[in-house]
Design a protein around this ligand. Structure first.
Ligand SMILES: *[C@@H]1O[C@H](CO)[C@@H](O)[C@H](O)[C@H]1NC(C)=O
Ligand SMILES: *[C@@H]1O[C@H](CO)[C@@H](O)[C@H](O)[C@H]1NC(C)=O
Length: 186
């Protein structure tokens, strides 16, 4: 009984999948059909009378001030005020004026630049800190070596003193510090 229920639900799921894919296919074939019957017409910007139809062509600029569509002044990058005031110009979307668009782009660029520079600074700092820690390790190693050397020197000196004392005791070397050594030698 359980098995049959699982089977039915699986079948239902399969049917749903098939129905969905069929509807997808028909919906994807429809626009293709439309575009083949209606090839894109190349209309100049100047004949457009509404913002939406004007901005459908990316090479057009809409001026809200006198409701005119004009060719985008590509050579200027930013449309000059003589053509249309920036606050009145629309490009890409009708609900954002060009001024706001430029400000938004500038802000986004600024944020990106800031983020990149902060990242670079962080990387540099990390590298320097790591290298300085290496330097510190080197320094510690050198100091330890120096300590060992000094201790060895001290031990050698002590040994020498002890040997000298022994030699002095048995009179193997003349003791110049001894007050009577001079007389003894003479
Ligand atoms: C877009 O506008 C330009 C300039 O007016 C025009 O040459 C071009 O044909 C237009 N493109 C479309 C798809 O309407
Ligand atoms: C709209 O105004 C601009 C200047 O502000 C001008 O160059 C353009 O010819 C005007 N267009 C119409 C259709 O009046």
């Amino acid at each position: 009984m359980d098995k049959s229920r699982v089977f039915v639900s699986m079948l239902f799921f399969l049917l749903m999948c098939v129905a969905f894919s069929v509807s997808e296919a028909t919906s994807t074939t429809k626009p293709a059909f439309i575009t083949t019957t209606h090839p894109p017409v190349h209309k100049p910007c100047s004949i457009q009378t509404s913002c939406e139809t004007c901005l459908a062509n990316v090479s057009c600029l809409w001026c809200q001030a006198n409701g005119s569509c004009m060719d985008y002044p590509v050579s200027y990058v930013i449309p000059p005020a003589s053509m249309c005031k920036l606050s009145q110009a629309r490009w890409g979307v009708c609900w954002v004026n060009f001024e706001a668009l430029i400000i938004a782009m500038a802000v986004i660029c600024g944020i990106l630049l800031l983020a990149i520079s902060v990242c670079c600074c962080c990387c540099c700092c990390c590298k320097r800190r790591r290298s300085s820690s290496f330097d510190r390790e080197d320094e510690q190693f050198a100091r330890r070596r120096e300590e060992i050397r000094q201790r060895a020197d001290e031990r050698r000196a002590e040994r020498k003193v002890k040997h000298d004392e022994i030699r002095k005791k048995y009179g193997l070397i003349p003791d110049s510090d001894h007050p009577y050594s001079k007389f003894e030698n003479e």
